[in-house]
Design a protein around this ligand. Structure first.
Ligand code: TYM
Length: 329
């Protein structure tokens, strides 16, 4: 049986990119594998939430996981900061992580470019914390979106390096995973790039229908094709990519044909897209609200998850400590 680990930062509400990039695959995997899914609240500190935001975001994301179909009775569902073994392994891995490789990481370079006043050590060592999250359960598969590919590559480097340095076979090689083989990148509504919390281009699972309609109708498009069967410019391709995951094949095909015949009306396409997103998110949104209202239940889920996660994590850290050479007197 494969071990599956994944997580999402608690920097706000979940959007369609999180769902189709990571959560959907995880939910599909939970019955056939040993699954761990967590809320990466330590990772969220790299961008400095306020103490008022932190707990609320964790709670929101926990409720959203469950609303999306993650079953806390089946998968181990926990909050990263409830498992002190993770920062311990992170510290140990940092001893064999090198400045050069951490500085070359694309997400680090992006972050320091977009936020030059906050180049903290947590950002630099983000990949070692992520590696600790994954290898602490000796994971084989990690359902993530395309943007996490390089982090997974680094996780393999750190896992293999540990095995080699100490001449052991402790950690398997974890692979980024998607059922469709290709990792997914859900684009934003602003014409270019991926959907993201900080980009202001996202549709959230908890958005109400009016908000979704407004966001989709405002999405970047153009004046339409002038010749048949032309390749689609990026903003248009992006609308089709989102349509591909939320709408039926027939709907997607219908608008694709319209595009190819130069008969497309983007207003109609966007209206359809908005309704299809609403049909998809509405039941999730209702569940989020119901779950969020039940604090006792969330408390129970987090406690139970932390116990199960610590059971697995403490076993690995004990082995790691022995291998490194920590000995009791
Ligand atoms: P985060 O919080 O940025 O995103 C969580 C998950 O959502 C995916 N995702 C997307 N997938 C497709 N299209 C998009 N537009 C899109 N936006 C986000 C991400 O690929 C990710 O799978 N470093 C991670 C959190 C993390 C983690 C881990 C993940 C910490 N430790 C261990 C897996 C295993 C992150 O920043 O995700």
């Amino acid at each position: 049986m494969d071990i599956v680990v994944s997580g999402i930062r608690s920097t706000g509400k979940l959007h369609l990119g999180n769902y189709f990039g990571a959560l959907k695959n995880f939910v599909k995997m939970q019955h056939e594998n040993k699954c761990y899914f967590f809320i990466a609240d330590y990772h969220s500190l790299t961008t400095h939430p306020t103490p008022d935001d932190l707990h609320g975001s964790v709670k929101q994301v926990l409720a959203e996981y469950i609303a999306c179909g993650l079953d806390p009775e089946v998968a181990t569902l926990y909050v990263q900061s409830d498992v002190p073994e993770i920062p311990e392994l992170y510290l140990l891995l940092n001893m064999n992580a090198y400045l050069g490789e951490l500085e070359r990481c694309t997400s680090f370079k992006d972050k320091i470019r977009s936020n030059p006043n906050n180049v903290n050590a947590g950002l630099l060592t983000y990949p070692t914390l992520m590696a600790a999250d994954i290898i602490i359960h000796k994971a084989h598969k990690v359902p993530v979106g395309k943007d996490q590919e390089q982090h997974l590559e680094m996780t393999r480097t750190f896992a293999n390096r540990f095995n080699r340095l100490y001449n052991v076979d402790l950690f398997p090689e974890p692979a980024a995973y998607n059922f469709g083989e290709q990792l997914v990148k859900i684009p934003g509504l602003d014409g270019s790039g991926k959907m993201g919390k900080s980009e202001g281009n996202a549709i959230y699972l908890s958005d109400n229908p009016a908000t979704i309609r407004k966001k989709v109708m405002r999405a970047v498009s153009d004046s339409g094709p002038t010749e048949p069967n032309q390749p689609k410019p990026e903003p248009i391709q992006n609308l089709f990519t989102i349509m591909n995951v939320v709408s039926s094949d027939e709907t997607h095909q219908f608008y694709s044909d319209k595009y190819n015949d130069c008969e497309i009306r983007y207003g109609d396409m966007k209206k359809q897209l908005a309704e299809d997103i609403i049909t998809f998110t509405e039941p999730i949104r209702e569940r989020i609200e119901a779950i969020l209202a039940d604090n006792e239940y969330l408390k129970k889920v987090a406690k139970h998850g932390a116990e199960k996660a610590r059971e697995s994590a403490s076993k690995t850290v004990k082995e790691v400590r022995e291998i490194i050479g920590f000995r009791p007197f």
